[in-house]
Design a protein around this ligand. Structure first.
Ligand code: 6PG
Length: 230
């Protein structure tokens, strides 16, 4: 299905409102909201805005996961968890039991396996074959990567496992990441894209140029929205 593209001068507010709308919809329909947070820099102001306006959200009904994580401790400056804690989790006083952190501080293969197994447990508890996120937030890297699915890396070819450790040669680093089987099982995907991103890249990805991993995000029974800051 062709993605919805929203270009906005009110990126932070519009993105936070979009997430809030999805949360209320999911809670209204299924009494829970399952959201995966993205990392990097673009989401920072969106999370801070969400913390400021979402005081009436029933955080105990919200399950927060992470689409990817750097293989660093949770208090490391590069940790996606740390970024989310500083901007959203702590300011909004999100209860710890609502957050499933990827343990970047341990062996990547073990961390990926335990996250994979935890998502499988939550799916089984809901009688689902694969855990289905209501909303997965994603970013767009300058090379067309999303989550930690970088061009020419092994994780791109994973067809079964939902979470893997992925070595990224250009970074000379391991990452933990959702794979396409999990991402493409979501009800809704929201790409959050800063104004600084290359417009030609955005256009080629939105047109489905599969040389870019982000273009392979195409939920079988879900929608994709691109929210692009102007
Ligand atoms: C990460 C992200 C990654 C990010 C893009 C865009 O861990 O870095 O998951 O996929 O979303 O690289 O990053 P910026 O928002 O910083 O441009």
């Amino acid at each position: 299905m062709k993605p919805q593209v929203i270009r906005t001068k009110n990126f932070t507010a519009d993105a936070a409102d979009f997430i809030l709308e999805q949360a209320h919809k999911a809670i209204g329909e299924r009494n829970e909201f399952r959201i995966a947070l993205s990392g990097g820099n673009t989401p920072r102001p969106v999370y801070a805005r969400l913390a400021a306006v979402a005081h009436d959200l029933p955080w105990e009904l919200i399950h927060i996961t992470f689409g990817d994580e750097r293989c660093v401790p949770p208090d490391d400056k590069d940790s996606n968890f740390r970024m989310a804690r500083e901007t959203l989790l702590a300011p909004a006083a999100v209860p710890g039991k609502s957050v499933l952190r990827m343990r970047g501080e341990i062996d990547p293969q073990i961390a990926a396996q335990e996250y994979h197994d935890h998502l499988d447990l939550m799916a089984t508890q809901r009688r689902e074959p694969i855990y289905r996120h209501d909303l997965i937030l994603l970013g767009l890297g300058d090379d067309g990567h999303t989550a930690s699915l970088f061009p020419e890396t092994a994780a791109l070819n994973e067809q079964i496992r939902r979470v893997v450790a992925n070595f990224v040669p250009k970074l000379n680093a391991w990452r933990l990441t959702f794979t396409f089987p999990l991402i493409n099982h979501a009800r809704h995907i929201l790409f959050l894209v800063a104004a600084s991103k290359n417009p030609a890249l955005i256009e080629r990805v939105c047109e489905g140029d599969r040389q870019f991993p982000a273009a392979r995000v195409d939920p079988s029974a879900g929608d994709v929205t691109w929210m692009i800051a102007e």
